[in-house]
Design a protein around this ligand. Structure first.
Ligand SMILES: [Zn+2]
Length: 251
């Protein structure tokens, strides 16, 4: 499935079940390519900016005997355990970045569902603050390798936060990565994270962000490398296997 698939296109594509070309090639747990069994699907309610939709998530089971784990094939517009689509979260975070008070953002978030509490919205912001610490370098590296002469406004037009810079840069470079004029920055970041095996909090590999605030990334299949532990010159290791995939991020 293309990373920039929107919810509507996704629903059309799965009318006859999981398309063959969506089958995973690498296990997200053990990293092997032994193969996968289909393992049914589950239903998810998804709150988008416009409506509530029910989507199916297809599941696969790794054939590697030592692994044998099951995972769902999540599209980039949805995160595990999150009922709100990524676009909804992006809108909230952008407004908070623009200085709109949390109370006002919560009141104005006009979703076709029960209103989200201010607490929920704040949790989204904190979660993305954490995730972006890790994803920002990957974002800039990928953007600048494709658009090396990117120019961004200075002075009074400058965004107020590093997140703001990301969103601004994304609007400038989006056409280099997708034909979709709508697809949001966070959706792309989720795609990048999944390509590079950067686990998100709340997902099965949630020990990426540890209780003590340290953050790490898969170093090898035997363990984690943490930025904090590595002293003044943290190295961020990306799985070699997945670096290969990252080379073809836009293919
Ligand atoms: Zn596996």
């Amino acid at each position: 499935m293309n990373w920039d698939t929107c919810v509507k296109t996704y629903l059309e594509m799965i009318l006859n079940g999981c398309p063959k070309e969506w089958r995973p090639t690498v296990c997200q747990y053990c990293g092997t390519s032994v193969g996968f069994h289909r393992h049914g699907y589950y239903n998810r309610m998804l709150y988008t900016l416009e409506e509530i939709l029910e989507i199916l998530i297809f599941r696969f089971k790794c054939k590697h005997k030592a692994c044998n784990r099951t995972f769902g094939l999540l599209p980039s517009f949805v995160e595990r355990y999150q009922s709100a689509a990524v676009d909804v979260q992006e809108q909230v975070i952008s407004e908070l970045d623009n200085g709109v008070p949390l109370r006002v953002v919560a009141e104005q978030l006009d979703l076709p569902t029960q209103p989200y509490s201010e607490k929920s919205l704040w949790r989204w912001k904190k979660k993305w603050d954490q995730q972006l610490k890790v994803l920002e370098p990957i974002f800039w590296q990928t953007v600048l390798s494709r658009v090396p002469h990117l120019t961004l406004p200075r002075g009074s037009q400058s965004p107020r936060s590093s997140r703001g810079w990301l969103f601004l840069a994304w609007r400038e470079v989006r056409s280099h990565f997708t034909d979709s004029l709508e697809v949001g920055c966070l959706q792309w970041l989720i795609h990048l994270a999944r390509l590079q095996a950067v686990p998100f909090p709340g997902q099965d590999l949630s020990y990426f962000f540890r209780a003590d605030g340290g953050a790490g990334i898969f170093h090898s299949w035997s363990g984690w490398h943490t930025g904090r532990d590595s002293g003044k010159n943290p190295q961020w290791y990306i799985l070699p296997l997945l670096v290969h995939q990252a080379d073809s991020i836009n293919s």
